[in-house]
Design a binder for this molecule. Structure first.
Ligand SMILES: [Zn+2]
Length: 342
C-alpha cells in the first residue's frame, strides 16, 4: 500500500478515527546520520537523528503524549484512554542509540525503551543480516548453495548487489531451520573473508554503555532474547531459554529484571501464539512484535502480542508518520480488524 497515495488521497483522514486506536509503539533500530554508500540494503533499519527530532517536535506540537512503556501499560490496564499515546522503542542495542538518539531524548525529555539481545554486549552476537551485507559488498560474485544447488549471484554493481542481497536474504528468512541459516552465513563469511562477529563488535553497545543509558530515568531496558533468534523456529525449550536467560543476563548486568520483551525479527514467521504464551509465563508484563499496527483497548488482553509501527528509514517524512499513526495502512487490507494476536 502506497503511503504517498494514502496521504494525498486523504483517505487516512476519513478512515483514521476507525482504526487509529489508543496509541502507537514505534520501532527503531539504528539512529545515525545518512551515509553516502550506494549499497545499503539495511537502510530501512536506520533513521537520521534529524528526522527523529523533527518527529518528536511534531508529536509535541500535535499534543500527542509521548510515554514510557510502563505508562502505556498503566493506561491499558486502567483503561485510561483520554489521550492517545506514542512510545519509542529501539531494538538490538546499537551504539548509535547512545550517541545520536539519547541526546535527543534527553533534550526533549522523551522516554524510550531499548530492547537488548544479550549476546550483543558480550560481543558474541551474529548480526547475520549485516554479515550478509558485508559478504555481498566484498565480491563481484557470490556463490550460495541453495537446497543442494550452487547458485551464483551477480554482485558487480550496487544495483546488482541490492538485487542479489534481497534474493539471498529472503531465501534465508524463508528457511524453517534457523540453525541452517546461521551455518550458511558463517560459511559465507569464511569464504569471502568477513568476520561474522564484526558487525556485533563494531556496532553494538557493551554493558558499560547500556548501564550508562539505563541510569537515565527516561530509559527502560527490555530483553530481546540472547541470540536474536526467531523464537517460532525453535523448539519450546530453546524459546524458553532465550526468554528467561536474556532477562536474567540483564538483571545480572544492571541489577534490574526487565519487565518487557521484544521478539527478534518479530513478524508472523518468527513469533507466534506459543511464544506469546511463553513470554507471559517467563514473567514479562509486555512484549512487542513487529506485526504492523496500532494499539486498541482490546490489546489489554494480549499484552505479550502487541503490534508496533516501524519508523522505516526509506520513509523519513512526517506525512508518512501521520498516515502510519492513523492505523489505516494496517487495517485497510484487513477490513478494519483490530487484533492480530494468533
Ligand atoms: Zn532485533
Amino acid at each position: 500500500m502506497g503511503l504517498e497515495a494514502l496521504y494525498f488521497s486523504g483517505a487516512w483522514k476519513v478512515l483514521g478515527p476507525l482504526s487509529s486506536g489508543v496509541g502507537t509503539i514505534f520501532t527503531m533500530h539504528h539512529v545515525r546520520p545518512e551515509r553516502p554508500e550506494p549499497f545499503q540494503p539495511n537502510a530501512l533499519l536506520e533513521i537520521d537523528p534529524a528526522f527523529l527530532e523533527t518527529l518528536i517536535e511534531y508529536l509535541r506540537y500535535k499534543k500527542v503524549d509521548i510515554v514510557s512503556l510502563a505508562e502505556a501499560k498503566r493506561r491499558l490496564r486502567e483503561q485510561d484512554y483520554m489521550k492517545r499515546f506514542v512510545c519509542f522503542t529501539l531494538d538490538d542495542g546499537y551504539r548509535d542509540n547512545l550517541e545520536f538518539a539519547w541526546p535527543i531524548f534527553k533534550k526533549h525529555e522523551v522516554p524510550a525503551a531499548l530492547f537488548i539481545a544479550t549476546s550483543f554486549p558480550e560481543k558474541a552476537g551474529l548480526l547475520w543480516w549485516i554479515a550478509l551485507e558485508r559478504v555481498v559488498a566484498a565480491d563481484d560474485r557470490v556463490e550460495v548453495e541453495m537446497n543442494g544447488v550452487t547458485r551464483v549471484f551477480d554482485c558487480a554493481s550496487a544495483s546488482a548487489k541490492q538485487n542479489s542481497y534481497e534474493r539471498i536474504y529472503w531465501w534465508l528468512r524463508g528457511l524453517s531451520d534457523e540453525k541452517e541459516l546461521r551455518r550458511i552465513i558463517t560459511g559465507l563469511c569464511e569464504r569471502y573473508g568477513v568476520d561474522p562477529l564484526g558487525p556485533c563488535k563494531e556496532l553494538c553497545m557493551g554493558w558499560d554503555e547500556i548501564k550508562t543509558m539505563a541510569a537515565d530515568p527516561l530509559i527502560t531496558i527490555g530483553a530481546h532474547s540472547v541470540n536474536h533468534t526467531m523464537l517460532k523456529k525453535w523448539d519450546e525449550a530453546s524459546a524458553k531459554y532465550e526468554l528467561a536467560e536474556s532477562g536474567a543476563a540483564i538483571d545480572k548486568a544492571l541489577g534490574k529484571k526487565p519487565a518487557d520483551f521484544a521478539y527478534p525479527v518479530g513478524d508472523h514467521t518468527s513469533a507466534g501464539a506459543r511464544d506469546f504464551a511463553l513470554a507471559q509465563e517467563a514473567g514479562y508484563e509486555l512484549a512487542v512484535t513487529t506485526r504492523p499496527g496500532v494499539i486498541f483497548p482490546e490489546h489489554r488482553e494480549h499484552m505479550t502480542a502487541l503490534p508496533r509501527v516501524s519508523l522505516n528509514g526509506n520513509f523519513q517524512k512526517i506525512r508518512h508518520v501521520d498516515v502510519l499513526r492513523s492505523g489505516v495502512p494496517f487495517s485497510l487490507p484487513h477490513c478494519f480488524r483490530r487484533l492480530d494476536v494468533a
